[in-house]
Write a protein that binds this ligand. Sequence first.
Ligand SMILES: Cc1cc2nc3c(=O)[nH]c(=O)nc-3n(C[C@H](O)[C@H](O)[C@H](O)COP(=O)(O)O)c2cc1C
Length: 184
Amino acid sequence: MSQTQRIAVIIGSLRRDSVNRKAANALVALAPGHLAMEIVEIGDLPLYNQDYDEDPPAPYDVFRDRIRAADGYIFVTPEHNRSMPAAMKNALDIGTRPPTDNVWNGKPGAVISASPSMQGGFGANHHLRQTLVNLNVVCMPKPEVYLSQAFDLFDDRGQPTERCQGFLQTFLDGYSRWIARQTD
Ligand SMILES: Cc1cc2nc3c(=O)[nH]c(=O)nc-3n(C[C@H](O)[C@H](O)[C@H](O)COP(=O)(O)O)c2cc1C
């Protein structure tokens, strides 16, 4: 694999002991050398308000610059009431304004969801994919990753079980091929 790709990882949970953050940390640790993965935090972004379009709060500028600089995205999301959490949607929306400067535009992305439930956040995963269509983020179809019963997939230190590491490795292998095709 030739060129290094900068991948922004966006985590939909603000929770201190988030299982989605554990999954994101594991992805960063497992990433091959040509994927420079960096978590971009979204917890300090004020709730989007269209009045901010003319005079954005400072965290909006910082976030937009970091998203614009990335070559691709990985979204790691919990499920809140069968959809993505408000914090994730807020970040997606902020990146699309003003509409002439959608910072996500045309980049390759992928979604992972994790939940303690059996469904592994399927609803959130697919709501997010639906929004990515409008952001013009080209979303990797497969391998799909729904981490179900996710509290059992990480130990006390946040390390993934062997099985979970296998899922994440398969995902990363697929994403690596996917991003290479998209950015040729
Ligand atoms: C407001 C709210 C709504 C939730 N709705 C769902 C849901 O629809 N499906 C689900 O599997 N879990 C749901 N949960 C439980 C989350 O999966 C659980 O809190 C999980 O730990 C969140 O991920 P995190 O550990 O990364 O924060 C909900 C939790 C909250 C706080």
